[in-house]
Write a protein that binds this ligand. Structure first.
Ligand SMILES: Cc1cc2nc3c(=O)[nH]c(=O)nc-3n(C[C@H](O)[C@H](O)[C@H](O)COP(=O)(O)OP(=O)(O)OC[C@H]3O[C@@H](n4cnc5c(N)ncnc54)[C@H](O)[C@@H]3O)c2cc1C
Length: 344
């Protein structure tokens, strides 16, 4: 039986960030993930400036694809609104493996099935023993299922369903486009370019409302594909896959004795845009902090809404551009961070 102080189930952004913080404090940590990294994670891969700050990331030193958008292009029906704010895109295939490696924590490929309490610690699959346990296994996290589900049942009305595909494509429009409520979709569809010829496109909506309204997500996908085929991505071919996760609802219990849940395992994606990477990272940090410093594990500073952070980013950009000081000499709309590329 392998023993460690802290065992983390799941090596996505929540798990790797907790591991990073714990390792920096000298903790004996082990990460278990059922996949071999780098692994595919269905995700548009849009990250906010908060993510960059929380991870203490030096954007210039990031060794993989990273593209910075000077604006988001938001579409409502025929209306198109350019929203000047700084956001970034990464490929999850690269980003998640990089975060895990950077954490310095050992990783074992293992599909966690059984979790049993033993004293004030836990035994996993009769193979691993730990004092502290962090559930970071995403929507189907076994730590959530075993220790938290009864206390925090997930609300069906907060379930999101998605279809997406990330392809190699020589895109020409480097802005991120979001179409809200297109053809009655209770959600939005997206076009997110990645550095050096990758593109992620997808559709996401509230599962219950789609069902009630008789929507078929594949029809929404077909609308998006037709739209992209017309202008933004002519000639692209797709083979989309689906995934579902939960928006932030009431999460009453996130810690039970020495066990924690973080990220999608706790259902923390923002209510307005379904942004889950930032909340996963912040909750991973807070869980690690609770173990290292003995602070309470609370989610109060884990954002539940993306629009407020976009507004802050807009404000920062407007201030830098002199909008509020009346300066007119700063060019608007140019990339804040240029294109860079390094192979996998
Ligand atoms: C189509 C789509 C687009 C999205 N776009 C964005 C976006 O652009 N920006 C954004 O911020 N958020 C986005 N999200 C949400 C975001 O992807 C998630 O919220 C985020 O990945 C949550 O991170 P996590 O670490 O909690 O879980 P995950 O990233 O899901 O990581 C969980 C890990 O646990 C492992 N695991 C699961 N079960 C077990 C087990 N039994 N044993 C061992 N390991 C296990 C998995 O292999 C996985 O590596 C999107 C989601 C979808 C589906």
């Amino acid at each position: 039986m392998r023993s460690c102080d802290v065992l983390i189930v799941g090596g996505g952004p929540a798990g790797s960030t907790a591991a990073w913080k714990l390792r920096r404090a000298g903790a004996d940590v082990l990460v278990l993930d059922r996949e071999r990294f780098p692994r595919l994670k269905l995700c548009a891969g849009w990250i906010t400036p908060e993510v960059v700050r929380d991870l203490d990331m030096d954007l210039q030193a990031y060794p993989h694809r990273l593209l910075t958008f000077p604006r988001l292009r938001v579409h409502f029906g025929r209306l198109q609104v350019p929203v000047p704010c700084v956001q970034h895109s990464i490929r999850r295939f690269e980003f998640d493996a990089w975060l895990l490696e950077r954490s310095g924590a050992p990783l074992e490929q293992h599909n966690v099935r059984r979790i049993a309490r033993e004293g004030d610690g836990f035994v996993i699959d009769d193979a691993f023993r730990c004092r502290w346990l962090i559930g970071a296994g995403g929507t189907r996290c076994p730590v959530y299922r075993t220790l938290f589900r009864e206390l925090n049942p997930r609300a069906a009305e907060l379930q999101i369903v998605t279809l997406e595909h990330e392809i190699q494509y020589d895109w020409q429009d480097r802005d991120c486009h979001l179409w809200f409520f297109d053809h009655g979709l209770p959600g939005y569809s997206w076009y997110v370019p990645k550095e050096q010829g990758w593109l992620n496109v997808g559709v996401g909506g509230i599962a219950e409302r789609m069902k009630r309204g008789g929507h078929d997500i594949r029809q929404h996908w077909a609308h998006l594909a037709a739209r992209l085929g017309g202008r933004l991505a002519p000639g692209a071919h797709y083979d989309p896959s689906g995934y579902s996760y939960y928006l932030r609802g009431r999460v009453d219990v996130v810690r039970r004795d020495n066990a924690f849940i973080t990220g999608d395992a706790a259902g923390l994606a923002t209510r307005d845009l379904g942004e889950g990477i930032g909340p996963a990272i912040r909750s991973g940090l807070r869980a690690a902090q609770a173990i290292v410093e003995g602070t309470p594990y609370r989610l109060e500073d884990v954002t539940g809404a993306s629009v407020s952070s976009i507004a802050r980013s807009m404000l920062g950009r407007a201030t830098r551009a002199g909008v509020f000081s009346g300066r007119r000499d700063t060019p608007g709309g140019g990339p804040v961070h240029g294109l860079r590329h390094r192979d996998q």
